[in-house]
Design a protein around this ligand. Structure first.
Ligand code: ADP
Ligand code: MG
Length: 331
């Protein structure tokens, strides 16, 4: 594509996603310009996805857009930040048609609109390899009030939003693996393709939680990150972990219950929020979550020491793996 045609396409595809944001300067300048907000911290996170790694090869352009938006915004949700804008860095595969690119852009618009996230800018390249993109998301939190991983204290309760294990089951379901009813297979696959960032809960989280982490690698691994950052241990009650109905039906068919529960807790791709809060606010957390139709479940407690101790029917289990890592050889 020639330079001019390329710029025209970028404007055409992505200007609607700015939704008139002044910050974007019409996607016609070298930069975006974001006025500071007195009394607020700017909270920034970036996530990349690669087709074939974070999404199955052949995933539709709109589904790639939903995945990218979901995984990125989930980090803001876990910090108690209010989302504001985003920057998109994209590598279009040479095999994509103009319609594929348009479908991606409109999918991204659809994924960001419910959270009022406006596109402020980005960069566009092409690649002979698979689709890849990174979304940098910006949100605001009152100064000093963002919920970090490091605030957990012994004696607190550990909770998690929504349900755990669906992302991992959804990957298996999408690949045609596993034993699922067809309705469950579709529901789980959708959860994997289009995660829901828990942004509706972020104000409550900021008010009531003292530490939080987004559950992306796997609940056990991510609680390990929270424990490490806080200098504490976490005792996780495997049977307390909230499971969706499809996950419960999957579990009921598994012969080794402990191993199956461990797989769900280590699976990853949940995009829930795990957090620590004082015992005294647990019932209030439940009420607030109920108001927005979200489940929030106590799954363990913060203890002195380090690491994640996994309890199952009164005994301690040692998992073979705790979560997803790009750097570890696969089994
Ligand atoms: P440069 O010449 O410095 O690389 P560009 O020409 O790439 O700048 O960008 C021109 C404008 O288009 C900028 O406002 C930039 O933010 C915007 N832009 C380019 N690619 C994207 C994209 N994928 N999403 C959103 N905005 C984009
Ligand atoms: Mg550029």
């Amino acid at each position: 594509m020639s330079g001019r045609a390329e710029f025209d396409e970028i404007r055409d595809l992505f200007r609607p996603l700015t939704r008139g944001a002044k910050e974007a300067l019409g996607l016609a300048d070298d930069v975006a310009l974001i006025p500071g907000r007195p009394g607020f911290d700017l909270i920034i996170s970036t996530d990349a996805i690669v087709e074939g790694v974070h999404a199955l090869t052949g995933t539709s352009p709109p589904d790639l857009a939903f995945k990218l938006a979901g995984v990125s915004l989930s980090d803001l949700a876990a910090k108690g930040a209010s989302p504001d804008g985003a920057f998109l860095n994209i590598a279009w595969p040479l095999s994509w048609t103009a319609l594929d690119r348009r479908n991606f852009a409109s999918g991204l618009g659809e994924a960001l609109a419910p959270y009022n996230v406006r596109l402020f800018g980005g960069d566009t390249v092409s690649t002979s390899g698979p689709f890849q993109a990174a979304l940098t998301v910006l949100g605001w939190a009152p100064t000093g009030k963002a919920v970090l991983r490091s605030g957990a204290r012994a004696g607190q309760v550990v909770l998690v939003t929504g349900s755990v294990g669906d992302g991992w089951l959804g990957l298996a379901a999408s690949r045609g693996e596993g034993d699922f009813d067809s309705g469950d297979r579709e529901a789980l696959a959708l959860r994997y393709r289009r995660p829901s960032p828990r942004l509706a809960f972020s104000d409550d989280l900021r008010e009531l939680a003292s530490a939080a982490v987004d559950v992306s690698d796997g609940l056990i691994a991510d609680l390990g990150h929270l424990a490490f950052a806080s200098g504490v241990g976490v005792q996780l009650d495997l049977l307390a972990i909230p499971l969706s109905q499809p996950a419960q039906r999957w579990l009921a068919r598994e012969t080794d219950e402990a191993q199956a529960q461990l797989e769900l807790a280590a699976g990853g791709d949940d995009y829930e929020v795990a957090f620590a809060a004082d015992k005294s606010v647990v019932s209030k957390i439940g009420e607030r979550a109920k108001k927005i139709g979200l489940g929030v479940t106590p799954v363990g407690r913060v203890v002195d020491g380090g690491g994640v101790q996994i309890m199952f029917r009164g005994r301690e289990l040692t998992p073979k793996r705790t979560g997803w890592s790009h750097l570890v050889d696969k089994e």
